[in-house]
Design a protein around this ligand. Structure first.
Ligand code: NAP
Length: 249
């Protein structure tokens, strides 16, 4: 998977949503999926960032994307349901969903962790992916080959001191991923659900978490894309309920 070479038309005619598509790993994943033929639905909270991804995809001559402005911190159940209806009206189905948006919160001991920040992190990182998944499962069912990817973290598999709600939210995502993989693994086998840990990656989030680190020591999001393509495309059919690492250990 880490050395996977995707064929040019891997994601042709697929409708794929990426959350947090305006920056970091999500931005690169959205552009990569479009470059391999997908129509990408760009979800995020900062419209100007989404517009610049949109412009880059359009300028490269890839399938025209769509923008869904949504703040995962404040979005209500009906916002997700309306969004799902809009996707159904425009595209009829959903073939891929990369849950990528997240916030870091505080890096501090539990004893000092601010409860409001805890709630915000849990809302964006864990509850929002639940609400979004819940709303679009009917659209995934309409696909003949759909892939759902939950973006995890090494602290979502083994907790480490001071990672607070971020760590707990990623454990929750691992649970949601396994739950959905089991529930959706019916006789059609048309929806696979996995968690993917990108590992240390050169983004703003990593720089905030490790301010003293030289960013050049970590791979760029572009360097992870073989794993992101493999899991999103048809070559990973049959793989479900797994915890996957985007980088070689
Ligand atoms: P990033 O550069 O901070 O990007 C996070 C994205 O999430 C941004 O596009 C951000 O939008 C969006 N987002 C945050 N809050 C949101 C909200 N309330 N509503 C909608 N969108 C929201 O981080 P990254 O490093 O690319 O991280 C991507 C994923 O990889 C995350 O799930 C992260 O936990 C995971 N991860 C990263 C690393 C790493 O080393 N970088 C390691 C392990 C796991 P704005 O740009 O508008 O703020």
């Amino acid at each position: 998977m880490h050395d996977y070479k995707a064929p040019d038309a891997l994601l042709k005619d697929r409708i794929i949503m990426v959350t947090g598509a305006g920056s970091g790993i999500g931005r690169t994943a959205a552009k990569t999926y479009a470059a391999y033929g997908a129509t990408v639905i760009l979800l995020g909270r900062t419209i100007s960032k989404l517009e610049s991804v949109y412009d880059e995809i359009e300028a490269a001559g890839h399938p025209k994307p769509a923008i869904v402005p949504l703040n995962l911190e404040g979005a209500a159940v009906k916002d997700y349901e309306e969004m799902a209806m809009t996707i159904e009206d425009n595209f009829g189905q959903l073939d891929g969903l990369l849950h990528n948006a997240a916030i870091l919160g505080q890096r501090t001991p539990v004893e000092q962790y601010d409860p409001e920040t805890w709630n915000r992190v849990m809302q964006v990182n864990a509850t929002a992916p639940f609400l979004l998944s819940r709303a679009v499962i009917p659209l995934l069912r309409k696909s003949s080959d759909a892939s759902v990817i939950f973006t995890s973290s090494s602290v979502g598999r083994k907790a480490k001191a001071y990672w607070g709600a971020y760590s707990v939210s990623k454990f929750a995502l691992e649970g949601l991923s396994q739950l959905m993989a089991d529930e959706l693994d019916d006789e059609r086998h048309n929806i696979r659900v996995n968690s993917l840990n990108p590992g240390a990656t050169r983004t703003n989030m990593r720089a905030h978490a490790y301010p003293a680190e030289n960013p050049a020591t970590n791979p760029t999001p572009e360097e992870l894309m073989s794993s992101y393509l493999y899991l999103m495309g048809p070559d990973s059919k049959g793989i479900t309920g797994q915890q996957i690492d985007a980088q070689k250990k």
